[in-house]
Design a binder for this molecule. Structure first.
Ligand code: PLP
Length: 227
């Protein structure tokens, strides 16, 4: 069986999450999104057998190719950037974590009008200030909320952020706290937002303390990715 350590690893992660929730004092429920990018369909199957129900991929083409080889009824999450000419692929995802522009939001809304379904999305925010990271700055998000409210094809369910790789704890807390601020902006703007997607293998314990409801874990579950 591939990934024989997985069930035990998931149990360890869940207890780290429980401890983080207790320390943070926010009482939120936290779901693990198993990030299977670069691994094959067997990683998805193994995740399912270890009790995980949500799987994340950062590239849409890799994801849809993999879906065809997976029988387990997992919920698929798209956690990476999506080009506007590929919004049709969102039909197969339960949640899109990386809404990073109004133009993309409008393209998704148009797809929704055409298919009669609403798409569940998270707004990606750049709260670390890193130039290389995509997403709305908080000021941009504030300015975009009215427009987002006017797009009935989107259910804006929350916010997502990525912290700098190997950041110190103060930077992590500032970045994740900024994402919480983004969620508050969405809520104050009248959007039905409750989710905070933040935390990866190296920083999920801090993210959970800061209120994460979805942690996106790859390496800690499946091992190092071979590019
Ligand atoms: C790859 C990826 C992850 C998982 O990263 P790990 O450090 O392997 O846990 C999380 N979020 C996004 C957006 C990713 O692309």
């Amino acid at each position: 069986m591939p990934f024989p350590w997985l069930a035990e690893r998931v149990a360890e992660i869940r207890s780290t999450i429980d401890a983080g929730v207790a320390r943070g004092g926010r009482g939120q429920k936290v779901e693990i999104v198993a990030v299977t990018k670069t691994f094959g369909a067997e990683a998805v199957q193994a995740a399912w057998e270890a009790g995980l129900r949500d799987v994340g991929e950062n590239r849409v083409q890799e994801a849809v190719d993999k879906m065809d080889h997976v029988t387990a009824p997992v919920s698929w999450h798209l956690i990476g950037h999506l080009q506007r000419n590929k919004v049709r692929h969102l039909d197969r995802f339960a949640l899109f974590h990386a809404l990073d522009s109004l133009r993309l939001a409008e393209a998704i809304d148009e797809r929704a009008q055409g298919t009669g379904r609403q798409f569940r999305v998270l707004v990606q925010v750049n709260t670390s200030g890193e130039e290389s990271k995509g997403g709305f700055a908080l000021g941009e998000l504030r300015a975009a909320i009215q427009r987002l409210r006017g797009l009935p094809g989107l259910e804006v369910a929350g916010a997502m952020t990525m912290a700098p790789y190997e950041a110190d704890e103060a930077t992590l807390r500032r970045t994740f706290g900024g994402c919480r601020e983004a969620l508050r902006l969405l809520q104050d703007g009248g959007l039905p937002a409750t989710e905070l997607s933040m935390g990866m293998s190296g920083d999920y314990a801090v993210a959970v303390e800061e209120g994460a409801t979805l942690v996106r874990l790859g390496t800690i579950l499946f091992g190092a990715r071979v590019p």
